[in-house]
Design a protein around this ligand. Sequence first.
Ligand SMILES: [Zn+2]
Ligand SMILES: [Zn+2]
Length: 185
Amino acid sequence: MQTTLADWKPSSQTVVHDLENLSSTVLSWMRKQHFFSNKEVDALSHVKVGKMRRNATQKHGVCRYIRGTDVTCPGLGPKDVDRIDIHPSLLCNDWWDYAKQVMYHEYLHALGHYAHDNAFFRLENAWEDPDRSRGKAFTELMRRANAKWLWVCSNCSKEYPRRKKSSGNYKCRSCNVVLKDVKIN
Ligand SMILES: [Zn+2]
Ligand SMILES: [Zn+2]
């Protein structure tokens, strides 16, 4: 069984962006939109931004409220945010478009939109270049980068990179065939 793990390693990371560049790029876009006030954008500019663990796969950004915050309070906003963390592997040219989407998403949470409700999605979709496929592609890339096992379908040869063995517990999404475990070296 040949695996093509090398093809999945993040490429062209020669120009690496920093978090400051990311937050200021997104905030200056937000400042130009009529649906955000200057006061809101100013408050967001004081929110601390950091990096998540590099081996996170499905979470690409997180808005951490200060411990004990009542997230149902109508006054929820940037003052209640401890920090926003962004996946460090997004800070490269290949993922810059998606990095900005993630940063914007977390800033919406920081503005007090705790839930992914209709109001949240309306704002999120107002982003200059919303592309839902990028999140899935990044998850897949991170799974490849962190995988110890490939769950392989013997029917269609599809590979599912994962940290743990499937141990006969999972089936191929397309074929409904039980997946086999192949160790990645
Ligand atoms: Zn969210
Ligand atoms: Zn299959």
